[in-house]
Design a protein around this ligand. Structure first.
Ligand code: PLP
Length: 365
């Protein structure tokens, strides 16, 4: 008899089982519609040319080619570059507490831990549908916080249910609730808010005293333009006295999925509060991972701090976002050519490859 025999059997993870099932399928003409990874024309992983160059430089530099710990807070150049990507150049750095995390997942996890401890929300509001892990993370961090869902994607006509979103948040949220917002390239719908719609959401957050938590996992992927993809975050930053958080992932926009590189930023109302916040984050870091992943952080830091590599990275982003758009158009054209029943116009409007999920309506979306 084991002390562990009472652990309830866990359901398999939908997204990861889909990937396993795909690999196990011997059908020669199978098509990979699994979510999550950019592939090249031969359906192979793509190492961004900017990343390949950064790796060469790191290898050739004895001061970098070692396996020492990073500082507990993370790679300093990664953190400053990460902040600039998200917030732009003109920000009051002393109001932002940033820490390197185990990718976007780790950033979301730390945000949930810190906010549940400090803000003590009654509810966390998640879009319906959303990246599955939003619910999982909050459930695992604190199961007494209610996971509530605001309408976002209307399956019937593949459109954004903006009225439903705003009505629900306005009428059902409580002051201090956390609202998870996808900064761009909403996963899984691929539908993003317009500038005007973001302004409305921001005023709901201010009026209802909600705490926005941006998940930014696709900056540069949605439009190919880093500034546009960070527009909502920068707008929120410009509203005085609105405190919020940004969970940032570098998995997709640098194609370094397995390196687990991300950051969490807390925008708070005073330098003193930022210091206290950072102190708490460092304690969480110490207890959980001590110091964050180093190799991928060096890659991203090298690219973000070098003009030539940065320019190459912009080209790489343009290449990836452009090819995704092209592939969606090709899929649209082929579906139309075959008079496939249904409306496919949404393929031309949405901005991520994730919507391939919605074509199949697989539960992993
Ligand atoms: N947030 C969203 C919306 C995502 O789609 C993903 C990945 O699929 C992540 C966060 C986190 O990814 P990672 O932990 O690989 O950086």
């Amino acid at each position: 008899d084991s002390q562990f025999s009472e652990i309830p059997l866990q359901p398999k993870d939908a997204a990861f089982s889909l990937i396993e099932a795909f690999h196990a399928d011997p059908f020669p003409q199978k098509v990979d519609l699994c979510p999550g990874f950019y592939r090249d024309e031969n359906a192979k992983p793509w190492i961004l040319p900017s990343v390949a160059l950064a790796k060469q430089r790191l290898q050739a530099d004895p001061s970098e080619a070692h396996h020492e710990h990073l500082p507990m807070q993370g790679h300093p150049k990664l953190l400053s570059g990460a902040r600039e990507l998200v917030f732009g150049r003109d920000v009051e750095l002393q109001r932002i507490a940033s820490i390197q995390t185990v990718s976007g997942t780790g950033a979301n996890h730390f945000a949930a831990q810190l906010l549940s401890e400090v803000i003590k929300p009654k509810n966390v509001w998640i879009s319906a549908p959303s990246w599955i892990n939003h619910t999982e993370i909050w459930e695992n961090v604190n199961d007494s916080i209610n996971k509530r869902f605001y309408p976002y994607y209307r399956k019937e006509d593949q459109s954004l249910d903006f009225t439903g979103m705003v009505d629900t948040l306005s009428s059902q949220s409580r002051p201090g609730d956390v609202v998870v917002l996808h900064a761009c390239a909403h996963n899984p719908s691929g539908l993003d808010l317009s500038v005007e719609q973001w302004k409305t959401v921001a005023s709901v957050c201010v009026e209802k005293k909600l705490f926005p938590l941006f998940d930014s996992a696709y900056q540069g992927f949605a439009t190919g333009d880093l500034e546009k993809d960070a527009w909502a975050i920068r707008y929120f930053y410009g509203l005085s006295h609105l405190e919020f958080a940004v969970a940032q992932s570098f998995s997709k926009n640098f194609g370094i999925y397995g390196e687990r590189i991300g950051a969490l930023h807390l925008v708070v109302n005073s330098a003193e509060a930022a210091q206290r916040t950072l102190g708490r984050l460092l304690r969480l870091q110490r207890a959980q991972i001590t110091s964050p992943p180093s190799y991928g952080a060096k890659i991203v830091a090298t690219i973000l701090s070098d003009e030539e590599l940065f320019k190459q990275w912009l080209k790489d982003l343009d290449h990836m976002s452009g090819r995704i758009k092209q592939m969606r158009k090709r899929l649209y054209d082929e579906l139309k050519k075959r008079d496939t029943p249904g409306s496919w116009d949404h393929l031309l409007v949405e901005v991520t490859w994730f919507s391939s999920n919605l074509l199949l309506c697989h539960p992993s979306c």
